[in-house]
Design a protein around this ligand. Sequence first.
Ligand SMILES: [Fe+2]
Ligand SMILES: [Fe+2]
Length: 152
Amino acid sequence: MRSPAAILVEEHVELSGIVKDLEACLDPTDREALRQVLPRLTQRLEAHRRKEEIFFHALAGRVQAPTEVLDILRREHGSEGRIVNEMRALLSAVENDATTVTALGAHLRRTIEWLRDHFWKEETFIFQDADSYFSEQERRALTEQFETLSRS
Ligand SMILES: [Fe+2]
Ligand SMILES: [Fe+2]
């Protein structure tokens, strides 16, 4: 059974692939491709964040846990929720042709940068050592919770 941290890192690989696809839609802006990529990214990001919230909650109770980093990342998850809503709003702006291409591109480039930085922080400060904070039984329980979420 894969560990919960390994699952979250694998999801970063998948999400980074989608982020790359998004980046490819921007120069020049390809509205048709954005209509495909943006919903995929928002859906996968939200599913990923639900797992991380369970994981961070479990981790926060550990004495060895890097509490300050966890606090920062949990706050960033609040921002990520807003970013996802903004991307949804942008998508309807793309549909309605109500936004300028330049504004859209600039906004999405900032979003891409923000996401890459967030993934990097999680991988560097949390996921690398995360398995050592949980017993095998706890890891298994977390992985099962992730699987239940993926099915729902
Ligand atoms: Fe996250
Ligand atoms: Fe993540």
